[in-house]
Design a protein around this ligand. Structure first.
Ligand SMILES: CC(C)(COP(=O)(O)OP(=O)(O)OC[C@H]1O[C@@H](n2cnc3c(N)ncnc32)[C@H](O)[C@@H]1OP(=O)(O)O)[C@@H](O)C(=O)NCCC(=O)NCCS
Length: 167
């Protein structure tokens, strides 16, 4: 598929569509991993509009969306600084019908541009998230450790991965 898209800072006006994308993406990505109750709780409680507003309005935060040529949001990413050398991808989603055309990699490149001093990019992926694990391993991340996380009502095995930037 040939598609024109742009990656740019999210705006407060994008919040309803960001919430829609995350609700859809969470169901698509995690229905085999998390209980329906947990997915409902996360999409209703974690993904709340006030939290998104604070993150979008914080000038130090990284919160971008990918838009297709009609302006629809087809992907998003957020990232935070962990320490002066390390940043962490916190959210990283591409709408299922737009996956495998490079948008995921484009979002990672945008995050690295936002943290020019970082030498390492970190991500935490659920072990059973096959798409997420495949993306990370194919794009240069390496497993650092495995941990158990409490997400909503579930305990989930996750993998912390890191990628050397400039390496
Ligand atoms: C992970 C995710 C963001 C990747 O987005 P994407 O736009 O499809 O990624 P890209 O097109 O940039 O993929 C880059 C490379 O990663 C690998 N890859 C990506 N998705 C893959 C999949 N489902 N299966 C196998 N390899 C995959 C491929 O090597 C791909 O290159 P190729 O298509 O030329 O072979 C997307 O699958 C998603 O939204 N997943 C659910 C959320 C998630 O897992 N987030 C955490 C990821 S860190």
């Amino acid at each position: 598929m040939v598609l024109m898209y742009i990656i740019e800072d999210a705006t407060v006006g994008d919040i309803p569509r960001i919430k829609d994308l995350l609700t859809f993406a969470w169901r698509d990505a995690y229905s085999d991993v998390l209980s329906p109750e947990t997915i409902d709780k996360i999409t209703n409680v974690w993904h709340n509009q006030e939290l998104f507003r604070n993150q979008i309005e914080d000038p130090s935060s990284f919160f971008v969306v990918a838009r297709d040529d009609s302006g629809d949001i087809i992907g998003l990413a957020t990232a935070v600084e962990v320490d002066e050398n390390t940043c962490r991808l916190a959210r990283h989603y591409v709408r299922p019908d737009f996956q495998r055309i490079g948008i995921g990699e484009g979002l990672v490149k945008a995050a690295l541009k936002h943290f020019p001093k970082a030498t390492k990019l970190q991500v935490e992926v659920m072990e059973k998230n096959q798409k997420g694990c495949a993306f990370c391993l194919k794009t240069g991340f390496k497993e650092v450790k495995r941990v158990s996380e409490s997400i909503g009502n579930d305990i989930v095995a996750t993998i912390i991965m890191e990628k050397d930037i400039n390496g």
